[in-house]
Design a protein around this ligand. Structure first.
Ligand SMILES: [Zn+2]
Length: 89
């Protein structure tokens, strides 16, 4: 389970909203992938949802601020392995 699978759960439970990308991705940058799109950034082309740094940071902050609890994530058992991966613990 990756952040791309976690995203619908977070949206559904109103922990975060989809955000438009503020800066249009530059196709000449090294990380730009013309075949990838990000659901968090409302389908913007250039990176995959699971590789979205802003989404990852957002989830980490929700956990750090105590908004998203580990107890809740316990309920999302199927998501847990990836959440641990995300947190690097
Ligand atoms: Zn993104």
């Amino acid at each position: 389970m990756s952040t791309s699978n976690l995203l619908p759960l977070l949206i559904e439970n109103q922990y975060l909203n989809l955000v438009p990308m503020k800066i249009i991705p530059n196709p000449s940058t090294r990380n730009y992938d013309p075949n990838a799109k990000c659901d968090y950034h409302i389908g913007v082309i250039g990176h995959l949802t699971k590789k979205c740094k802003q989404l990852k940071e957002k989830i980490e902050n929700l956990i750090k601020d105590g908004i998203l609890s580990l107890e809740l994530m316990e309920c999302w058992k199927s998501a847990l392995p990836q959440i641990r991966l995300l947190l690097g613990s």
